[in-house]
Design a protein around this ligand. Structure first.
Ligand SMILES: NCc1[nH]cc(CCC(=O)O)c1CC(=O)O
Length: 322
């Protein structure tokens, strides 16, 4: 099975995990990891929007290779898969069991969370490129300065430690950052979890839709690949995937929309919370509902529609595109 992936440390770790799980379930299977250098990786400073947005940059090229038969499958972080475009002929053949979905705070030497909390963020710069994280950061630390930080997880931490500036598309630069907000699961996968100073609770910072879930995509008609992928599919993660992504679908959301969504399963019940916030941190709409765990899309749809009824569309429309 030829599995395509970006070649960042994190993406490779995730793909190696897929390969390990596949060969544990099917010892006859040979897995080959095919590394792609996407436009999003080679072009670190220019706006991702030029390449069709973040999801477009990371995902489009690898999908074309599946459709052309050069790959059997592709690894994606579910969080990075756009929720507002159809993917005819492709399916998510497997979702791996979910890693811890929280966002985490990484600090440079000499800075503590207490300092940041006490000053309500005043005098501190926090690096992130996610509209959702910026919005929640401003709710938690109203006077913090957000600096746009990009790049692979390990690169970002190196820039933080070396007090490097971040170049911007317009030629300017920002930084250096005092802290970063990053996904715990990503930090774990690149071996940097000991750098986590604080895990934000879902009440402090609701995770992105799909955060912590690794997905494997393949051609809908490739039954042999689907049969293998079914062996490593985690049912609970797949139900959460369906529920949370339905919210994105209803809200026409992409991976950098100001939208958060997180579901959990307790027995036969699923609880789903989703929110929409504006980047300045002023407007915040949150909805929680419970429903039967085996009908995740219905629950996602109900939550998405309730967010719309409470004014979500306005906030989403006013948010920056990527
Ligand atoms: N946007 C990059 C990205 N895509 C997936 C993860 C890791 C978490 C995950 O798999 O959900 C990250 C890094 C981050 O957000 O810090």
């Amino acid at each position: 099975m030829r599995i395509g992936t970006r070649k960042s440390t994190m993406a490779l770790a995730q793909t190696e995990e897929i390969a390990r799980r596949l060969t544990a379930m099917a010892s006859d299977l040979d897995v080959e990891i095919v590394k792609f250098e996407t436009v999003g990786d080679t072009d670190q400073t220019s706006k991702l929007l030029m390449h069709g947005g973040k999801g477009g940059a990371f995902v489009a090229e690898i999908r074309a290779a599946i459709r052309a038969g050069r790959l059997h499958a592709a690894m994606h972080s579910l969080k990075d898969m756009p929720g507002n475009e159809d993917t005819p002929g492709l399916v998510i053949g497997a979702t791996l069991s979910r890693d811890r979905p929280t966002d985490a705070l990484v600090l440079r030497e000499g800075v503590s969370l207490e300092d940041i909390r006490r000053s309500r963020g005043k005098g501190f710069k926090i690096g992130t490129n996610a509209v959702r994280r910026a919005a929640y950061a401003r709710r938690l630390f109203p006077e913090i300065e957000i600096v746009h930080f990009r790049g692979a997880a390990d690169t970002r931490v190196r820039k933080l430690d070396n007090r490097e500036m971040q170049r911007l598309p317009d030629g300017g630069e920002v930084g250096p950052a005092d802290a970063l907000i990053m996904a715990r699961s990503g930090l774990e996968r690149v071996g940097l979890s000991e750098r986590i100073a604080h895990d934000f609770t879902p009440q402090e910072m609701l995770p992105a839709v799909g955060q912590g879930i690794v997905a494997v995509e393949c051609a809908a008609s490739d039954w042999q690949t689907r049969r293998y992928l079914a062996l490593i599919d985690d049912a609970a993660a797949h139900l959460s995937c369906d529920a949370e992504r339905e919210v994105l679908w209803v809200l026409n959301g992409h991976c950098n929309s100001p939208i958060a969504g997180f579901s959990s399963i307790d027995g036969v019940q699923m609880s789903l919370t989703a929110s929409v916030l504006d980047e300045a941190g002023g407007q915040f709409i949150e909805v929680t509902r419970q429903g039967p765990a085996d009908r995740p899309r219905e629950l996602g749809r109900a939550v998405g529609l309730e967010l719309l009824a409470k004014g979500a569309a306005d906030i989403i429309e006013r948010s920056r595109p990527v």
